[in-house]
Design a protein around this ligand. Structure first.
Ligand code: SF4
Length: 256
């Protein structure tokens, strides 16, 4: 069956192929396909230049109003500020006068600091941060290789991102939902971080036959609720895998 061709408008650009975390649920590093280990660690200047050129040609040919480019990895911050600047500059220059550029980065934020955020402010790069919820939920999978928690470092980075000078760059939180976690604790922990949007993907425990919908949060009594939860209006929290959880959600946690 054929249908109309839809020109590509979103590009995920992997700028670094290693990671400083060793998350147990990682679909790159923790599964059978280990081909990442033979790939170059960091994107080359040649690849940056060709990517920018071809994307500009594509946008011009299809008269696109905008394209979205998401800098990804591995962990994209490992590419370093200089290489990230080269990527931002090449894309911005190539698309200037052709179409708008919606530039983003998805990071585990372990190393996210002012030197990165100043660069992102310069190029308007919006930042999505991976965090799986409260400490217990996050530490189920998102650990360093030596088993240490990444939670404190990510919270520090999110506090920086939430400062007035960087808040406009704060795109949201990417959360992998493990149905063994307390959904209300996960939700409240994420909502307290004031994301503009959240994107989630569900993970069912190995060997189980659960649906991909995580259990809907149980309403709490006012004394047991965070202000954000009690004040929220009912809305859908949509997962990347397409499932949908009905919840009492604050406006901060709109679907990505
Ligand atoms: S931060 Fe992302 S890329 Fe790195 S190990 Fe965790 S899931 Fe994998």
């Amino acid at each position: 069956m054929t249908g109309p061709t839809v020109p590509l408008r979103q590009l995920v650009l992997k700028v670094h192929s290693r990671c400083d975390l060793a998350c147990r649920h990682c679909y790159i590093y923790e599964h059978a396909d280990q081909s990442w280990s033979s790939r170059p660690r960091v994107i080359s200047q040649e690849t940056i230049s060709w990517t920018a050129l071809r994307l500009a040609e594509h946008a011009k040919k299809h008269q696109l109003a905008s394209v979205q480019v998401i800098l990804h990895g591995g962990e994209p911050l490992l590419a370093g500020p200089a290489r990230l600047r080269a990527v931002c500059e090449a894309l911005t220059t190539a698309l200037h006068g052709i179409c708008a550029l919606d530039l983003r980065i998805h990071t585990n934020a372990v190393q996210l600091g002012e030197r990165h955020l100043d660069l992102f402010a310069e190029y308007g790069v919006r930042v999505g941060v991976s965090l799986d919820g409260d400490r217990a939920a996050n530490d189920r999978h998102r650990l360093f290789a030596n088993g240490r928690s990444s939670h404190d470092k990510v919270l520090r980075a999110l506090a920086l991102l939430d400062q007035d000078r960087y808040r406009h760059l704060y795109a949201g939180i990417l959360c992998t939902i493990d149905v063994r976690n307390d959904p209300v604790a996960v939700y409240d922990a994420l909502a307290a971080l004031r994301p503009r949007a959240s994107t989630s993907s569900c993970r069912t425990p190995p060997g189980t036959n659960l649906p991909c919908d995580p259990p809907a949060p149980t309403p709490r009594t006012p004394t047991g609720s965070s202000p954000s939860t009690t004040a929220g209006a009912s809305r859908d929290v949509r997962c990347r895998c397409g499932c949908s959880t009905r919840s009492s959600a604050p406006s901060a946690a709109a679907p990505a």
